[in-house]
Design a protein around this ligand. Structure first.
Ligand code: G
Ligand code: G
Ligand code: MN
Length: 467
């Protein structure tokens, strides 16, 4: 590419000179023209006027004394006369390339066609004509036979006893670019790869593989660990109070599943619940939740007949025909009256409303109320809500957080509250953490609250002491 760029400038420089020149040889105007061409080019060092094998004048200062250029080395198919290794009177220790068309010649630095920045020690770069193998530029000896490696094609890579040689022919000029790397150099490169790059690669990929296995094992292990946790009875419930701000009393509590392993490690429900759902084990977990409620509650409702306990259900539970029967058994065992139990399900559990509807109907027949959990985060349409037999909306914490922050989402809360009023639903604001949130939500008409601001999840024994 670099050799082609130089050739481009040579071609356009020469054609400009030949067409523009109406001046007498070596007149002042003639020399000015040559200087302008030389100045406007990056690669052309100087422009000169040639007579026979002599340069008679040029754009160079004080070079009006003719000097010998030597015999042409090559005449190209397009008629360009080329000379290499030309010494100029003003710089006799350097040699230049001179390319001539008609009476004009361009003087080029020998390195420009192969000037590609940093070059490794021993690497040979060259630009050579394809016909006659004349060296346009090179930084070392290029054996004439190298050109023959190209054969008929435009690209070739060849290995000799000393070099690996790569050749590319220009498709616009009679030029071939050559890069040759000494075999010895290649050995150092191979050594570097073998001693540095490969070990680093092995270490890095081993670590990566270990990480992937670790996470895959953890992932695939989780269902098995949940199964053994069920056997080992590692699950328990905490109950987070729900406050009626009209009376200031705790009117109910949400049962939240907790898992503490024998080694003391706690695993959060937002990790193991989705894992259990994915592994098709959530019904087993829900069974345990109901069993834990039965154990915890005992005769609780005898003493607190107006209190309710809400239980979270997954989508799979809502679509399970046995769920209602399980609740019926629980309800009987703990002596729950109408309104003592609430079932919470997220909006997304209702994406197949027909299937969920049957379970909801049966639960409603048992005197159990239904709450839509995390409301606002799902996609339920208002019309589908209207057709569901639901009594509570739990506004998701993210919306509760927004009421004292972003105006846009707090508008959404306003709409949720309006919607709830129209549909005759009670609203419970979830994850309430500050007095400001309570103030705003109360002013919007929210009556029930759940959150750390009021009370944290606690054991039912603890909760019993506080009501
Ligand atoms: O407590 P918190 O980190 O407690 O609960 C995180 C999520 O886990 C909440 O979305 C909550 O609804 C859900 N969750 C808590 N307990 C249960 C449960 O017993 N069953 C189901 N399906 N989800 C639960
Ligand atoms: O079922 P649901 O998605 O509503 O789960 C309630 C979750 O919110 C539980 O993880 C519970 O521990 C958590 N929680 C309850 N009150 C607060 C609160 O005030 N702040 C925060 N950050 N989390 C809360
Ligand atoms: Mn919930």
């Amino acid at each position: 590419m670099r050799a082609e760029m130089v050739a481009d400038q040579v071609t356009s420089g020469l054609s400009e000179l030949v067409t523009a020149d109406q001046n007498a040889t070596c007149s002042e105007a003639n020399i000015s023209l040559m200087r302008r061409i030389a100045m406007s080019s990056i690669y052309i060092k100087a422009v000169g006027r040639v007579d026979g094998n002599h340069m008679v004048c040029s754009s160079l200062e004080g070079s009006d004394v003719p000097f010998d250029l030597g015999e042409p080395a090559l005449v190209s198919p397009s008629g360009v006369i080329a000379r290499g290794d030309v010494q100029l009177p003003i710089a006799e220790d350097m040699s230049f390339v001179v390319l001539q068309s008609g009476d004009y010649a361009l003087i080029l630095h020998k390195e420009h066609p192969i000037d590609t920045g940093e070059v490794e020690e021993g690497v040979i770069l060259a630009a050579i004509t394809r016909t006659k193998a004349w060296t346009f530029a090179s930084n070392g000896d290029v054996p004439a036979e190298w050109i023959s490696f190209l054969g008929e094609s435009d690209r070739a890579v060849e290995v000799t006893s000393n070099y690996v040689i790569s050749l590319i022919a220009s498709d616009r000029y009679d030029l071939v670019g050559i890069a040759a790397i000494p075999i010895g150099e290649l050995d150092t490169l191979v050594d570097h790869i073998a001693n540095v790059a490969i070990p680093i690669g092995i270490v890095a990929s081993t670590i990566l593989i270990a990480i992937i296995f670790y996470f895959r094992r953890r992932h695939s292990e989780l269902p098995a660990v949940i199964r053994s946790a069920l056997k080992r009875d590692e699950f328990f419930l905490e109950y987070q109070p729900i406050i009626d701000t009209d009376s200031g009393k705790w009117v109910g509590a949400e049962a939240l599943l907790r898992w503490q392993r024998r080694n003391g490690e706690r695993i959060r429900p937002d990790i193991f619940i989705p894992a259990a759902e994915e592994a098709g084990m959530i019904q087993g977990v829900t069974d345990r939740v109901l069993e834990l409620v039965r154990r915890d509650v005992g005769p609780f409702f005898k003493f607190h007949p107006d209190f309710y306990i809400s239980i979270n259900l997954s989508s799979a539970d809502l679509h399970d025909v046995q769920t209602a029967t399980k609740f019926q058994n629980l309800s009987t065992e703990i002596g729950a009256a109408d309104g003592n139990l609430i079932v919470e399900a997220t909006e997304t559990s209702f994406t197949m409303p027909d299937k969920a509807r049957e379970t909801i109907k049966q639960l409603r027949n048992l005197g159990i109320s239904i709450a839509i959990d995390d409301f606002g985060t799902g996609y339920s349409s208002l019309s589908s809500l209207k057709n569901l037999d639901v009594q509570y909306l739990k506004i998701d914490k993210s919306f509760v957080d927004s009421v004292t922050r972003e105006a846009v989402t707090s508008k959404v809360v306003l709409h949720i509250v309006d919607l709830a009023k129209t549909l005759n639903l009670e609203i419970i604001a979830e994850g309430v953490e500050s007095e400001d949130q309570v103030k705003v939500l109360k002013s919007l008409g929210v009556r029930f609250f759940q959150g750390w601001y009021f009370a944290e999840p606690q054991s039912l024994d603890q909760l019993r002491l506080n009501i």
